[in-house]
Design a binder for this molecule. Structure first.
Ligand code: LER
Ligand code: MN
Length: 329
């Protein structure tokens, strides 16, 4: 689509309604904008992932979490406007990013894809927890409208993931369970139906979902690797894998390395944070044992650093990278 757009100074707008390369390529020429004029081009492209392995014998890939500002969800290392943070991730030395997005319909896909491409980065996964934390939508809700909104949100994330060639994390959006036994059974059935619908759509879009085990202080639904794997088996979809997070495992599991090995055939994604949710090496988790277990199972998926941005985002991101690279070598 092409357009000639007459406007005022600073008024970048085009008519008829445009979509910034969601479905078509577009070119606009802006004129009569004071002493400025502009040419704007949008072109659809898909990001092709190149493997970005940490040096050493292992085949592990490290990714850093990024989210837009203003979310109540705290353990994200790089917070702020996506494009700036993408450049920062590259500058610090990461080859992949994990993007936490509240609602993909409210962000500019093309400019994010452009920044990812310019920096030769991969997108390991899209984090979806903000939908639960900030918008209160989740799969176990008693309210059909809330459940449908949660499913639709994940479908929108799947659409974006198919362009970014990334996975979609199903974490806190799965929700919580009521206390009574019957209520729990019904809530699990609701979550099952929601996840099945998302999985079917993901399969159609050739996107993989990863289901995260989260500790008991954040949810009472799927806390351990065992519970999560049993649920994955029940859903019975080829596109859902197990997502483990060392911070949650430290609370829920007896031996982290052993659990990684036990469920290796399901393991599709990892979050790394230390016992205190700081970057690896700043708490008391035994990351050499964890890396050893990952090497033993020949894990070749991504490890997303999902840690608090402390003492500051730059130091937290650097600390995680140097700690893990050192342990992998
Ligand atoms: C929640 O604590 C968490 O670990 C996130 O990855 C959830 O999406
Ligand atoms: Mn996590």
């Amino acid at each position: 689509m092409m357009g000639l757009c007459e406007s005022d100074a600073g008024g970048w707008t085009a008519w008829p309604p445009h979509e910034h390369a969601e479905k078509r390529e577009e070119v606009y020429v802006y004129f009569n904008m004071g002493n400025a004029f502009g040419v704007q081009c949008f072109i659809e492209f898909t990001i092709v992932i190149e493997n970005s392995n940490i040096k050493g014998e292992s085949n592990m890939n490290l990714s850093i979490t990024i989210s837009s500002p203003g979310s109540k969800f705290a353990p994200i290392v790089l917070q702020g406007e996506y494009i700036t943070q993408i450049y920062k991730a590259k500058e610090i030395g990461y080859k992949a990013v994990e993007l936490h997005i509240r609602d993909p319909k409210t962000i500019n896909h093309s400019s994010i894809m452009q920044a990812i491409k310019e920096n030769n980065l991969s997108v390991s996964a899209i984090g979806t927890g903000q939908a639960y934390v900030d918008d209160k939508i989740y799969f176990t809700s008693i309210d059909k409208k809330i459940r449908s909104a949660a499913v639709q949100r994940i479908k929108d994330q799947i659409d974006l993931a198919s362009k970014l060639n990334s996975k979609v994390i199903i974490g806190t959006i799965k929700g919580i369970l009521p206390e009574d036994k019957n209520g729990r059974v019904v809530a699990i059935e609701r979550a099952t139906a929601c996840l099945k619908e998302c999985a079917e759509y993901a399969k159609y879009k050739k996107v993989n979902l990863v289901l995260e085990a989260i500790n008991r202080y954040e949810t009472n639904f799927l806390n351990t690797a065992k519970q999560t794997v049993e649920f994955i088996e029940k859903i019975d979809s080829s596109v859902i894998g197990l997502h483990l997070d060392t911070f949650h495992m430290n609370i829920e599991e007896k031996l982290i390395g052993q659990v990684i090995k036990e469920y290796s055939s399901y393991l599709a994604y990892l979050h790394f944070a230390d016992s205190n949710r700081l970057s690896p090496g700043l708490g008391h988790l035994n990351f050499s044992e964890i890396i050893l277990a990952l090497k033993e199972i020949n894990y070749n998926g991504y490890i997303g650093v999902e840690a608090l941005p402390l003492p500051d985002p730059y130091s937290a991101a650097k600390q995680a990278l140097s700690c893990i690279v050192k342990l992998c070598n």
